[in-house]
Write a protein that binds this ligand. Sequence first.
Ligand code: GLU
Ligand code: ZN
Length: 299
Amino acid sequence: MPRYRGRFAPSPTGPLHAGSLVAALASWLDARAACGTWLVRMEDVDTGRIMPGADQRILAQLAAFGLTSDEPVVWQSTRFAAYEAALTQLCQSACAYPCTCSRRQILAKLEALGRLPERFHAPVYPGTCRPAPLTPQALFDKPGVAWRFAIPDGQPVVHWTDRRLGKQEQDVEAEIGDFTVKRSDGLWAYQLAVVVDDAWQEITHVVRGEDLADNTARQIVLQQSLGAPTLSYLHTPLVLDERGDKLSKQTGAPELPVDDLPGKLASAAQALGLSTEPGAVPDMLSRLVAQWQAIHPAA
Ligand code: GLU
Ligand code: ZN
């Protein structure tokens, strides 16, 4: 078993809110409980959505709670050459192809096929641009062209066991279709960047919010195509606001102020099913590590 390496990978689209502290705390507790290494990685690939200065704000907020990366923080915006290399590798093994479909064209095609998505479901890409037979593609930068991952023929349903949610499965081919690894606006897709960097940083355990659980099967298939190891996953409960909606930057979750740290830590712990009396933050953290270890023994 390789030594435990975990990470917290925020997108710096805004400062931490109460929900993102829960995910950060869970990944930190899991790493500490396993006597492992905990890293912070800034997922700033979506340049249109990042907020200038949010990365430093997040690091300062984490540091206020004593959560600091064991190794230098990595910014994904410095990693484009590695994503390009991964896309080249996929292209050479006929696992990626260029796609010029607009969302409208995808929906029109799905309508013609009688496969329009149900309400609140993302459209399953109908494979319009998928070459038949799949052949290696030359990779050259054409503006306005997206690149899709070609789900391998005969890809079985992906099964994995989440350490909190239990047995999970997804038929990536039927439920997602060939998904984007590089967007038509030239930006790298989250799925590719996260898989490349988890492998490069030798991450062994992913602990993140439950809203990301649906990405896991896609990431496992990509890992397999890139020859990267499959990781252990634990998805944490989401924090809901008074209306029962997920706390997120999109729904205007307020910045977590760095005051009353013991109180904030106690609430984050409670969201994870841990109970703690407010006290000095370092003491609280060590008691939480012990509790976490009992509930989520290292997998
Ligand atoms: N950057 C992603 C987010 O903040 C998380 C990625 C991950 O943990 O896999 O939603
Ligand atoms: Zn297309």
